[in-house]
Ligand binder design. Structure first.
Ligand SMILES: NC(=O)c1ccc[n+]([C@@H]2O[C@H](COP(=O)([O-])OP(=O)(O)OC[C@H]3O[C@@H](n4cnc5c(N)ncnc54)[C@H](O)[C@@H]3O)[C@@H](O)[C@H]2O)c1
Length: 437
């Protein structure tokens, strides 16, 4: 197989984050600093801890992913971004309450020097929070142009070779697909006319693509996931990927559902509920932002279980997801699942999952991996939707003619085979007949 030409890693890589003062951002940046200082291990990060099998099982070849594909290293990352709060990262990390206070104190000097740029923000799209650090502009187009200037200035001020933008800002209210999203001409005209179906997250995505900066959508907002921006990204050779980090309950769901289906066990009910007390929980307490999250969370089971193909097993599946804002738990989410399943002759059974997780501890390594893989994709000339990264998302972007692949194990195989393909290695099919000849 032929190896893809990949531009070498050189210089510094900017990591531009809308939502810089939030829980995921501060956990990501604090975590990278802690790892660099040898104060912790990057657990949960495939780029830092993961290995990939190459060749036959008899060869026992399992290099680290970061030694197999050319990725930027942690020392080359420069973090910056935007937020509606005008607070430095030190204060923001204390407020987010994810990292231990002693860990944050050790980062005080570095964190105090990082402040967010003014955000492109509109309360119409995120109802439960407000802040002073917000751009002014007559039209959405004006705001988007200001973002373009921010990106250019950040690259220049930090002497960056490249940059990636990763959305870690709040979940916006639900916006159904609209004609203004269909072509770049309509979208740009819509920005100039302040079209209501154009939210701030789409402005950031447009600005990133215009600057040749790969864009990652960590929330379920439309953002880069509209035909106009996918098309622009493809034509401009800029990778885009999303949507919504697959972290706690949905991660478990996409592990368990493929397992039950693999054994042809039926399911007629899947009830999922969560308590969450961080700012994300507060934003999601608004029904319009929750609707965006709900659509993302509900989408996974149908594409894994395929009730239309397996009516005897899944046609009556009732799937319910709720999130309850409960401040005492902060970022430490608890997610419960009750699964009503049935086996031989229809005899009923139940499965209960209680996941006491830490939302941002699970999300930060995904954000890091996505930044490094999207930078790789850009250097490898891969523009447009990066479906091979669906492994990291609750609601993966995909080509219009195919359904989303949500099964974590299929996603992993797709991801690994894409890396092998990129590096000219044989793909692994797990056929294994050669061992029995
Ligand atoms: N933590 C997880 O496990 C997880 C999983 C999947 C998705 N997400 C999503 O990731 C996002 C970030 O999560 P979090 O827990 O860090 O939330 P958070 O509320 O702690 O941080 C979000 C930050 O975004 C800022 N913000 C809002 N609108 C903005 C805008 N237009 N421009 C710039 N900044 C803006 C807010 O002021 C806030 O500081 C949320 O949308 C969340 O739903 C989180």
């Amino acid at each position: 197989m032929k190896k893809t030409k990949i531009a070498p890693v050189k210089g510094k890589l900017g990591v531009l984050i809308p939502g810089l003062c939030g829980a995921i951002s501060t956990t990501l940046i604090g975590g990278v600093e802690a790892v660099k200082a040898g104060e912790g291990k990057p657990i949960g990060s495939l780029t830092q801890m993961g290995r990939i099998r190459l060749g036959k099982r008899t060869e026992n070849k399992n290099p680290m992913i970061k030694d197999f594909v050319p990725l930027a290293d942690l020392d080359s990352l420069v973090f910056g971004g935007w937020d509606i709060f005008d607070e430095n990262l030190y204060k923001s990390a204390l407020k987010a309450g994810v990292l231990e206070r002693t860990q944050i104190e050790s980062l005080k000097e570095k964190f105090s020097a990082i402040r967010p740029m003014k955000a492109a923000f509109d309360r119409k799209y995120v109802k439960n929070i407000t802040g002073p650090n917000v751009k002014k502009g007559r039209t959405k187009y004006d705001l988007a142009l200001q973002l373009v200037e921010d990106i250019k200035a950040f690259k220049k001020a930090n002497g960056l070779d490249r940059a990636v933008m990763v959305w870690c800002a709040s979940t916006e209210t639900y916006i159904p697909p609209n004609d203004v999203h269909t072509t770049i001409a309509k979208f740009e005209a819509g920005m100039k006319k302040n079209h209501p179906a154009i939210s701030p997250s789409t402005l950031y995505a447009w600005a990133a693509i215009k600057c040749g900066v790969p864009f990652i959508n960590g929330a379920p907002n439309l953002s880069c996931n509209i035909p106009a921006l996918v098309d622009l990204a493809k034509k401009s050779g800029v990778p885009v990927a999303g949507s919504d980090y697959k972290t706690g309950q949905t991660l478990m769901k996409t592990i368990i559902a493929p397992g039950l289906k693999a054994r042809a066990l039926g399911i007629n009910g899947w009830f999922s509920t969560n308590i969450l007390g961080n700012r994300d929980g507060e934003v999601l307490d608004d029904p319009e932002s929750f609707k965006t999250k709900e659509v993302s969370k509900l989408s996974v089971l149908d594409s894994i279980l395929k009730p239309e193909t397996y009516p005897d097993l899944y046609k009556d599946l009732y799937h319910k997801v709720t999130i309850n804002y409960y401040p005492p738990r902060g970022d430490n989410k608890e997610g419960w699942d009750n699964i009503d399943l049935f086996g031989w002759l229809g005899y009923p059974m139940q499965l209960k999952v209680d996941f006491l997780c830490r939302d941002s501890i699970l999300a930060a390594p995904l954000a890091l991996d996505l930044v490094l893989f999207m930078d790789l994709a850009k250097r490898a000339g891969m523009g447009g939707t990066q479906e091979w990264l669906s492994f990291f998302f609750k609601s993966p972007m995909h080509a219009p003619e195919v359904y989303a692949e949500n099964d974590l194990f299929v996603q992993l195989e797709k991801f690994e085979n894409n890396l092998r393909h990129l590096m000219g290695e044989n793909l692994i099919t797990h056929l294994g007949v050669e061992y029995y000849k």
